[in-house]
Design a protein around this ligand. Structure first.
Ligand code: ADP
Ligand code: MG
Length: 458
């Protein structure tokens, strides 16, 4: 199917649409330096500046982008995200320049992540400096640090295991970043075991298995995260076994992480298991209260937003699962303080955390409609009337907002439900409510009230 389209225009139109529905920071962060570079059989090739944007767009925004493209050009069925090498070089060059300062001011989401060291595939935000040590992780920390002093000879391999969100990736990448800084000539590479597996499969398909092997054998430090994904993938384990041996024999360092000890990874070949166990194995456990508090203190300082001790104490005692959740709770509190322009009371924080902790119940479109009309005391029918009466317009916009934000219903579909031929009305409603809740406490509470009806009492 040949298509003659003006890519520039197509992408421009899609971007215009996307821009309307994502925040400014998100838009600038993820969509700048993107371009359509080609099309084949309904697949659009989108060039992106780096791995991180590639991953972000393909996981978080894919459907969204596809919808925007599809609407503008119905024969488009898929998108492939290609990394533009030239952009990478430029981004690195600019890293220390003015551009970065400007971007920083805009408080971009995930700014740091944009500047992933593409060759080593390391995220510079993960450093030993920002890693907080407590009794729950000090052994792992010490082992990781020791490696940076005696690469390949101290503990090889190093195997770090522990539950999700406990800092394995952070620690692994800290080693990589430190080595990159101190030994610029060392060949360092970080990847997940999934990526390794994908790479392997691709190289089989493309008959490039030879260069695949060469590539992995040349590293002085190879870091493989989340090795538990090797479970039951015997062909990949076999290939990896040889790579491991070849690295190991040359005293090249290998580091692994896993969510459990090698003993507990099912479908792991015995010889590989014994290789893992032949080095240093350390675990990271859950942080206890003191460590949780120390982490929160350090993180709130790092974010430049000092939170009262009473509140930190509350978070530290109620969020016990892992560090990612701790950080998430802190972020949402800081975010709410910024939105409301004031410090939240302890009660408000309790409510906020409780709400975040509850997995949201699945609700349907008609439940949303009913909750909104119940809440405002209007009849369901009137919500769909073509009227500009204030007492109807607001509930209608709120309903559209909740459908969009909570249920992720598409604009056109909401438009259709509400008898709108043009879905820009829906986009407008979404934006309007979004803007208003930032400064209007009453509306904020109304929406919270509706959500209470929908998801149950806090
Ligand atoms: P895992 O890989 O074990 O699932 P991550 O390394 O991704 O966990 O950690 C989750 C989040 O918590 C990251 O944002 C990380 O920076 C942060 N984090 C984890 N451990 C620590 C620590 N000891 N000090 C500071 N931040 C940490
Ligand atoms: Mg991880």
């Amino acid at each position: 199917m040949a298509m003659i389209v003006d890519y520039k225009k197509l992408w421009k139109d899609a971007l215009t649409e996307i821009e309307l529905s994502v925040s400014r920071a998100n838009f600038v962060t993820w969509f700048k330096n993107t371009d359509i570079v080609g099309e084949e059989n309904g697949t659009i090739f989108l060039s992106v500046p780096n791995v991180f944007v590639q991953e972000w767009l393909s996981t978080k925004f894919h459907k969204f982008i596809l919808r925007a493209l599809h609407r503008n050009c119905p024969s488009i069925r898929n998108i492939e995200y290609l990394i533009n090498k030239k952009d990478v070089a430029e981004a690195v060059k600019k890293e220390k320049g003015v551009d970065v300062a400007k971007i920083k001011n805009e408080e971009q989401l995930g700014f740091n992540e944009l500047y992933v060291d593409t060759e080593a595939n390391l995220n510079p935000k993960y450093t030993f400096d920002s890693f907080i040590v407590g009794s729950f992780n000090e052994v792992a920390y010490a082992a990781a640090l020791a490696i940076t002093k005696n690469l390949g000879t101290a503990y090889n391999p190093l195997f770090i295991y522990g539950g999700v969100g406990l800092g394995k990736t952070h620690l692994l990448q800290s080693v990589g970043n430190k080595i990159r800084r101190e030994k610029p000539d060392a060949k360092v590479h970080y990847l997940t075991s999934e990526k390794f597996a994908n790479d392997f499969v691709t190289s089989m398909k493309n008959n490039t298995i030879h260069s695949f092997k060469e590539k992995y054998r040349k590293y002085n430090l190879l870091i493989i995260d989340d090795i538990q994904f090797f479970s039951d993938k015997l062909k990949i384990q076999e290939e990896f076994f040889h790579i491991f041996n070849s690295l190991y024999d040359k005293n090249n360092q290998i580091i692994f992480s896993s969510d459990r000890s090698p003993k507990h990874i099912v479908g792991l070949e015995e010889r590989l298991r014994s290789r893992f166990e032949g080095g240093m194995m350390v675990d990271i456990s859950k942080p206890e209260y003191e460590s949780r508090l120390a982490i929160l203190k350090a993180k709130s300082e790092e974010k430049g937003f000092l939170v009262d001790d009473e509140i930190l104490d509350y978070i530290a005692s109620s969020v016990q699962s892992n560090i990612r959740e701790l950080e998430g709770a802190l972020n949402s509190i800081i975010g709410q303080c910024k939105i409301r322009g004031r410090i939240l009371s302890l009660q408000e924080i309790k409510d906020l955390l409780k709400k975040n902790a509850q997995p949201e119940k699945k609700v349907t479109m008609s439940q949303v409609i009913r909750a909104v009309t119940d809440f405002y005391g209007i009849e369901e029918r009137s919500l769909f009337e073509k009227t500009r009466r204030k007492e109807i317009v607001k509930p209608r916009q709120v309903a559209m907002y909740i459908l969009r934000v909570d249920l992720g219903v598409s604009y056109p579909y909401i438009g259709e439900k509400f008898g709108q031929r043009d879905h820009t009305t829906v986009i407008h409603a979404h934006k309007k409510i979004e803007r208003t809740i930032e400064k209007d406490d009453v509306l904020n509470q109304e929406i919270e009230g509706i959500r209470e009806i929908l998801y149950g009492k806090k």
